[in-house]
Each structure stands twice: as C-alpha cells, then as structure tokens.
Design a protein around this ligand. Structure first.
Ligand code: MRU
Length: 360
C-alpha cells in the first residue's frame, strides 16, 4: 500500500480476548480514538451510532457481534435475539442483513456447543474476504483509470462522494481501491473529494487520501456539476450501500445528483460494488430500497476544531426549524455506466446473471 505511515485498521477482532477493537468514527478526523466492543449489544450500538460506518464495515461488525453473542450464550434464543436486534440498527446497507444471514444460517444448523468457534471462524472469513474483494475491485477499476490516462495523457480527475474508503471497509475501500492502485502504479490521479453533508464523510476520505499521499482537493457537495461542466472530472467513482437486481444504486445522499450531472456532461459514472451489496430480491431500487431517515441534530449543527484546537460543535438552526435528513438516495441504473465488482465490470443489466453465483 502506498501509505506514508502504516494505515490504521477500522476494526481488529481479538478472538482470544473475546473482543473487537474499532476506531470510533464519530470522532474522525478530529481525533483517533479506539473503542472496545465486548458484546453484541456494543456492536449494535456502534453500528447505530455510526462509530463504525460504511456498508462493508457494518456487515463485518454485525458478524463479529454475533460471534460475541455465541461466545457468551450459544442457545437458539441468543442467536435469534442478536441477529434480530443487530439487523434493526440501520436499514439501507444490505451488507448488514447479508452478513447476519451468512452467520445465522450455518450456526442454527449445528450443535450449540460448536457455535462459538464456528461463529468466530465465519466472521473472520467475512472480514478477510472484504480485503480480497476490495483489492479485486481495485484491479478492475485500475484498468478503467489506465484507459482514461492513455487517452488524455494528463492526471485522471476522479470525483467521489462520501467515504467508500478504508474506514468504510476493512482495507483498501471500495471506491478508493482503484485510486490507490493507480497511484501505486504511477498513473497520475487527482481526486475531487465531496464534503458529504451532513455527516461530512468526505473529511474521512480526505484524511485517508492524505495519509496515502494521493493528490486531492476537498470541495463542497454542490461543486460537482460545475467541475464536470468545465472538464475537470474524467470519471465519477462512488461506493454503494445496496444495489438492486437491475443495477439501481443506493448510496449516500447526493449521489443521484452527481450521476445526473455526469450523464449531462458525458462523464462515466461508476459504482464500486462488492457483490455482497447486491440485493437480488429487489428489482426497482427507487420504491423498494428503504432509505434511512436520520436525526435532525446532524443537520442542525456543524462540528470542527475551534480556535483553541478543541473539537467543538456549533448550532446553525433554530430548534423550531423543520428538518428532513434522508441518509441515502437511489441512482437509477440508466445513469450508471458500469458496476465495478470483485468479479469483474458489469453493465447494470448484466447483474441479475450473478445471482446464483454469489448466493450464500
Ligand atoms: O452512512 P454511512 O457513512 O454508513 O454511509 C455509507 C457510506 O459510507 C457510503 O454511502 C459509501 O459510499 C458506501 S459504503 C462503501
């Protein structure tokens, strides 16, 4: 990896100590603090409070939550309760339900005495697969970046939205994997990092790219269309939280507008999508994917360093102002150039064919 210092891991599972250590992402990038999760309830709280976030990482955290539950009490009832309550933490990213089902199905079929070991094995497998999956996405995405560079002979300008980077995953990130590989291979890239109000996940992307020495510029969310009109964007790569069978992409709120602007300006729009994020039970993503409505407090205040260098928050809205805060939107497949998965690059209408191959 092209990092100037050893990159931090978003999650480390310690089977011997029976605990999971995360970086509390509610504090990033202002402070790096680790938090120990010792029970499935801790894992559920961490997902709900967005101490861990990003579709792949919440799936992995859920899996280790179930492993922690099995270490404590391996009965059917304990398995059922942990699966049900962890699944209820956040609704949009399908990796959560996917990881829970991958844990639940084999565990329920075996003797309770064998469950703790089997659960830790399966959760560790899900975590390890995330790393190889993202590396594969990186390899396929690198091909696209190389092709643009061969045509333009100037740094490839990539616009991304939210954080689909290392902190949203176990390693590499989904949308950032092709970027890291290009940078490592000497293909010049420059990333436009969108702020991503209200939670400002763009700050985490900026923090990650800075550590890796990847050239980038931080912009507010509304800049994307303008940059595209002025030939300052060669491609858009975003992550995904859930993809429908026909290739509609649910991702962080604001993604849809980037896809519209990209189409209007003839710029390719790619979604970096692990197959664990494809929900083959859903056809039309706009009506069928549940969009998380988040708390008004995220919109009503902004956090940052104050003049003393301490983390502080300022309110920007009056208490009586009505607020709507949808966390995600759905980009219809017609606006998606292709999906970069760990199994290759697919047009949206080719995804359905993968259903049997990736069934759990
Ligand atoms: O609400 P978050 O921060 O958990 O949102 C999820 C995301 O990080 C993004 O939508 C991302 O682009 C997809 S996760 C690789």
């Amino acid at each position: 990896m092209p990092f100037t210092t050893k990159p931090l891991k978003s999650l480390i599972a310690d089977r011997i100590a029976n605990r999971v250590v995360i970086i509390d992402q509610t504090l990033l990038p202002f402070a790096v603090e680790r938090k120990i999760l010792s029970s499935w309830q801790d894992c559920a709280e961490a997902i709900r409070a967005m101490r861990v976030r990003g579709a792949p990482l919440i799936g992995v955290t859920a899996a280790f939550g179930i492993a922690l539950a099995m270490s404590k009490d391996a009965t059917d009832e304990s398995l059922f309760t942990a699966c049900r309550d962890i699944a209820a933490t956040r609704p949009t990213a399908v990796n959560l339900a996917w990881a829970i089902e991958r844990m639940r199905r084999p565990l329920i079929a075996i003797d309770p005495a064998a469950r703790p070991d089997a659960a830790w094995d399966e959760a560790s497998k899900i975590a390890a697969e995330d790393e190889t999956c993202n590396q594969q996405i990186g390899i396929y995405g690198l091909g696209i970046i190389r092709e643009i560079y061969a045509r333009t002979h100037r740094p490839v300008n990539i616009l991304t939205h939210c954080n689909a980077g290392r902190m949203a995953c176990l390693d590499w990130g989904t949308a950032t994997a092709p970027i890291y590989l290009a940078h490592q291979a000497g293909v010049p890239v420059h990333v436009w990092v969108e702020e991503t109000r209200p939670r400002n996940q763009g700050l985490i992307t900026e923090w990650e790219l800075a550590q890796a020495g990847v050239p980038h510029t931080y912009v507010v969310d509304n800049s994307g269309g303008h940059l595209m009109q002025h030939n300052k964007v060669d491609m858009v790569i975003v992550g995904v939280d859930r993809v429908s069978r026909r290739g509609d992409v649910a991702n962080k709120i604001g993604t849809y507008l980037k896809a519209l602007a990209a189409r209007d300006n003839g710029i390719p729009f790619y979604a970096a999508a692990p197959t664990s994020s494809i929900d083959f039970s859903i056809e039309d993503g706009v009506p069928e994917i549940e969009i998380e409505e988040r708390d008004r407090s995220e919109v009503a205040a902004i956090r940052g360093w104050d003049s003393n260098g301490s983390i502080s928050e300022v309110r920007i809205l009056k208490a009586e102002t009505a607020v709507s805060n949808p966390g995600f939107d759905v980009t219809p497949s017609r606006l998606v150039t292709a999906l970069i998965t760990e199994r290759g690059i697919f047009m949206p209408n080719q995804l359905a064919a993968l259903a049997t191959e990736v069934a759990i």
